[in-house]
Design a protein around this ligand. Structure first.
Ligand SMILES: [Zn+2]
Length: 343
């Protein structure tokens, strides 16, 4: 049995949801939040850009940064920069510095210090241990092959784990490394993406108990991102559609940890002529910091903002000034990917 996209679906789209932007649910659990050390939270819109240092900034990541920056600017909000550097095997030495200098060359302005996930490892592990101690998570010793062979379905993000180790009560063991999985239930996660519309996901059918700490001891992306969005008081997450499929798992985790749920806006990803998402793996070339105006002009074109031609020779500051006044995210409704001939 396979359910490729069976239980995650996009329904209606909303053309303009400005009124809903920046809303947060109240009632965070002080128990879990006490394990995080939240930034001083100010009322109002807070967005972020969170690249991983797996390579320098390319056009696809510039597009995501541009969309999230313009959402923050047009909501009189704050925009934070977070480096997701908790996967050392995928990191390229020096990439963090290259990303930061590219963002500076393009006149992005973030608030406060740059957040580095690698400086928060103790907090992530404390949350994992707390989830284990309260029975909300458990240790799993299955191999990747066993998980694949016994999967109940092929879900939205891969094989759905059968729950083999759920009730085995594995204890920590130096000889037997284990992954830690979140114990999920029969819930349905629903959210209204600003561009992609109403999304509904049956957790048991299409995600299952997912990994929050890997067998190699590394913290899973889904856990770190949820904790950081809560710690930093992020009210709206703007990012590429390639992360739409993992959003239900992140919301499920927010519910388990009783954290507030940001709104989501998934913008189209840039694909190359072979239909692949631009990334370091697909050979995306780094953006040229010597022509920031041209790059931003192209990013705005990709985002259907129709910048006037004379803007192409302007400074990044002038382009941001125009873009902030003319930012119309509703032009991106229901678009999940698009090709762009970047010359
Ligand atoms: Zn297992």
């Amino acid at each position: 049995m396979s359910l490729p996209n069976g239980s995650i679906r996009t329904a209606t789209t909303k053309s303009d949801q400005k009124g809903e932007m920046g809303l947060r649910k109240s009632g965070s659990d002080p128990h879990f939040l006490s394990l995080i050390s939240p930034d001083p939270m100010l009322p109002g819109y807070r967005g972020r850009f969170a690249p991983s240092p797996s390579g320098p900034l390319h056009f696809g990541s510039l597009v995501a940064a541009t969309a999230s920056y313009l959402q923050a600017l047009s909501n009189d909000g704050e925009w934070l920069l977070r480096i997701e550097d908790i996967d050392p095997p995928r990191e390229i030495p020096g990439a963090t510095e290259l990303i930061i200098s590219s963002l500076r060359a393009h006149a992005f302005q973030w608030v406060g210090p740059i957040h580095r996930q690698s400086t928060h490892l103790a907090e992530y592990h404390a949350i994992v241990e707390h989830l284990l101690a309260t029975g909300l998570a458990y240790r799993c010793r299955c191999t990747r092959d066993e998980v694949r062979r016994t999967a109940t379905a092929i879900g939205t993000t891969g094989p759905v784990y059968r729950g083999t180790c759920r009730d085995r009560g594995h204890a920590a063991s130096a000889e037997m490394p284990d992954a830690v999985r979140l114990r999920t239930g029969n819930s349905t996660v629903e959210f209204n993406d600003i561009l992609q519309g109403q999304i509904s996901c049956q957790v048991a059918e299409s995600i299952g108990d997912f990994i929050i700490r890997r067998k190699d001891g590394l913290i899973a992306y889904n856990l770190a991102v949820v904790i950081d969005d809560a710690r930093e008081g992020i009210t709206e997450v703007v990012r590429g559609c390639d992360l739409l499929d993992v959003t239900p798992a992140q919301i499920e985790l927010q519910h388990t940890l009783e954290l507030s749920e940001p709104t989501y806006m998934h913008v189209p990803v840039v694909i190359n002529k072979h239909g692949q998402k631009l990334s370091k793996q697909t050979g995306a070339i780094p953006i040229d910091d010597q022509q920031p105006g041209k790059n931003l002009f192209s990013a705005l074109q990709f985002l259907y903002q129709e910048p006037p031609n004379e803007l192409i020779n302007e400074t990044p500051e002038m382009i941001w000034d125009w873009a902030q006044k003319h930012w119309r995210p509703q032009k991106l409704v229901a678009k999940q990917q698009s090709a762009y001939e970047f010359t």
